[in-house]
Design a protein around this ligand. Structure first.
Ligand SMILES: Cc1ncc(COP(=O)(O)O)c(C=O)c1O
Length: 430
């Protein structure tokens, strides 16, 4: 770990990316290009985590009120354009997704539309709903490659909607092909058909500057420890809890707050609102789930505070610029056709680049070779990326790709060096 460096808020607002890199507890001997799996915490976030853990160790204080995290939730909700009664600090995206899917009112007459490019967190929980309640899960495979457009993606969903589709679920950014999904366009489509939307936003908080209300989504689950660089074991769950017709005119869906000590002991919850004023705090229903780590929420709130000081828009621009740079370098070394990630339609850009490192077409479905490639990058060069596995429309095989993921602390030099090493290693292993 590097020596602890922190910058005050005023300095962060204008600091160079080189000096901002210094605030992160990165291992100086490694190249971290895998934020899609886990980010790097700023030193100050680690310090808050340790301090608050100590403060609550051996104390006789009543931990239940602060375990509801009222202030932290209000602070973080505002960062995403929503209110405290709609935001929950949970443990990770998987937990958030599972609680949303388990909380939806789904039965044997209902269908769900999602994609084969979702994380297991989504697919396994929908399969559980299928086995338990008879819900039909319809899967489409997203198009991939440099020429994919927003219209292609929206059309893929539109063609698969049926009169029984009750929920549409998709990633904010897909983890396999690094496609930034057109959330607003997909929510428009869903709303025209009266369909509930759930986004798996594991890769959204800390990557892009978004307003969940304006995006029109019903539910979102995201990670606190990936692009947001909070501690492991933090996630965000958003549940729309009031109606702003200009963003989403659909009535609030029936939602069961599973894992709750706030849900009434007798009787039901109040009727859901039809207006912009909530009838009850859905966030509290979901957040109130027994004793909790106050340090974890405090540290996540600190990470968000640092993001706000740097500027979320500025961070998004930096991340996207590095991502574009990485795509160009991949295209130079490996050819544009090696890309599974969208290239020409910049509306689909995210800082994840998935590509075929080997020239022989059959190597794209050689899992052992792609795994060995990623392992050797780590063991011989201490470059940390990951391999991904996914379906490609029309292909009988699963495809395996190398994925690099840039974050604000990465540099153009790191990307250049990494791609040069990758190109050499791919030739050596060909
Ligand atoms: C798109 C996506 N969804 C869900 C997950 C699971 O995230 P978590 O570890 O926060 O549960 C990941 C993990 O990489 C992901 O990339």
């Amino acid at each position: 770990m590097t020596q602890s460096v922190r910058l005050d808020a005023d300095t962060l607002a204008t600091a160079s990316w080189e000096s901002i890199r210094e605030i992160f507890a990165l291992d100086p001997g490694t190249t971290h290009l895998n934020t899609g799996t886990i980010g790097a915490m700023p030193h100050e976030v680690v310090e808050v985590y340790e301090r608050v853990t100590r403060e609550w160790t051996g104390s006789l204080a009543n931990i239940y009120p602060p375990s509801l995290y009222p202030e932290y939730r209000a602070q973080i909700a505002a960062d995403f354009g929503v209110d405290q009664d709609e935001m929950v600090i949970c443990h990770n995206s998987t937990e958030g997704i599972a609680r949303i899917i388990a909380g939806l009112d789904l039965g044997p007459d209902d269908e769900v539309l999602t994609t084969t490019h979702e994380c297991f967190s989504v697919l396994s929980n929908f399969n559980l709903a299928h086995n338990r309640f008879g819900v039909k899960v319809n899967l489409v495979t997203l198009p991939s490659g440099p020429d994919v457009t927003v219209e292609d993606v929206v059309h893929t969903f539109e063609a698969a909607l049926t009169p029984r589709t009750k929920v549409m679920a998709f990633a904010a950014t897909t983890l396999f092909t690094g496609t930034r999904m057109p959330i607003r366009e997909l929510c428009d489509l869903a709303q025209r058909h009266g369909v509930i939307t759930m986004i798996d936003a594991a890769l959204m908080p800390g990557m892009v500057d978004v307003n969940l209300r304006e995006l029109g989504v019903d539910f979102m689950a995201g990670s606190g420890s990936k692009f947001q660089c909070g501690p492991l074991g933090t996630g965000l769950l958003y549940a729309r809890n009031k109606v702003f017709p200009e963003h989403n005119p659909l009535p609030l869906p029936r939602f069961w707050p599973v894992i709750s000590t706030w849900y009434p002991l007798v009787g039901d919850t109040p009727a859901r609102t039809k207006t912009a004023v909530e009838t009850y705090n859905m966030g509290d229903y979901l957040q109130s789930a027994g004793s909790a780590s106050i340090a974890r929420a405090a540290a996540l709130a600190k990470a968000c505070e640092i993001w706000n000081a740097i500027g979320r828009g500025r961070i998004e621009d930096r991340i996207m610029e590095l991502g574009r740079y990485a795509k160009q370098r991949v295209a130079e070394h490996f050819g544009e056709s090696s890309l599974y990630t969208p290239l020409h339609d910049t509306r689909l850009h995210a800082p994840l680049v998935a590509f075929k490192p080997f020239r022989a077409p059959e190597d794209a479905w050689n899992i052992k070779k792609v795994m060995a490639f990623v392992d050797r990058l780590e063991s011989a060069h201490r470059i940390w990326i990951r391999w991904v596995e996914f379906e490609v429309p029309g292909s009988p095989h699963m495809h395996y790709a190398a994925r690099i993921c840039t974050h604000l602390f990465n540099s153009h030099d790191e990307i250049d060096r990494t791609l040069k090493i990758m190109a050499g290693l791919a030739d050596e292993m060909a």
